[in-house]
Structure formats: structure tokens, C-alpha cells
Unconditional design. Sequence first.
Length: 175
Amino acid sequence: MSRMVRESTSGGLRERLYFARVLLDELSADIDDDGSRPRLLALRGGVVFHLYSVLAGLLRHCARSYGVPDHEACLGLTELTRRFSDAGVRAGEVALVNNALSDPSDPVHWLEQQLQAALDTGGMARRPQPSEDELGVTLEDPDAELAPGDIERLRTALARVDELLGEALAHGDEW
């Protein structure tokens, strides 16, 4: 069983990344085999959770290292990065995550939105509703288990989290 993110060292964070990769591969295989809706959504949620946990674990580790107060109660990446700012602590690892969060085209920004949507009670059982274009035409089928771009978004997010973790570990001291 995986270690809790709060206790993770870089090995624990890489373990979470590994689980995300395994679940994404399983999700892709289940889509090809016409897997059941609940299973597909659970696998998708697992990938999002593990990817998000890598970044949250990284920020929590940094917060402990730098003595940032009240970081334990934070659920989101945005809130965690705000704690550093409020404490007047500057850290390269936090700057990397904060830059990714502030760029709407960055997969980390998308991950933050996904997890915040999942924390809403209605979001616990389904994927977020499809967006509409300026004419009010639905861009994705709301009854589909996964949106056409979901797998690609998850793959892009996995690659981005892996990249950020590598860059962040280079900024941090030897864990």
C-alpha cells in the first residue's frame, strides 16, 4: 500500500507517479475493451488523485522544511502556495508549481480544476459537465464515460507532473 503523501519523501512522490501511470494504462486498456462506466470513472479519478497527490506532497514537504505555518489544513495547491506567500517564504519548488497553476494552458492548472470539481458533492459521482462554445453548442457528450480528450489530457498531465517533480527535486536539498 502506498505511503501517505504527508509522510512522503521523493521516493513516495515517485511512487504516486508510478501509480498514476499504472492506472492510466489500465484506463486506456478498459476503454479499448468497453469497460463499465463506474470503473472508467474510478480509474480516471484515481489518475487525477495520484497526480495531484504528487504535487501536494511536494509542497507539504517543502512547507515542513521551510517551517511554513498552518500548511497541514490546506487541501488545494493554490492554498498551499498561498501559505508560502503569506509566510514570506520563497522556494524554487513552490515557484514552479505556482507558475504552472497560474497558466490556464498548463496541465497542472487543469488538475487543480479537476480536483476542486471533485470535492464538490455533485462532482463525486461524475466527470465535470462539458463546456459550450460561444453559440451554446455542447462540445462534449455529457453521457459519455470519458470525453474524447480525457486520455490525452491525463497523459499530458502525467508528463507535466513528472517534469515538475524532476525540476523541483533539483531545487530542493537532498531528500
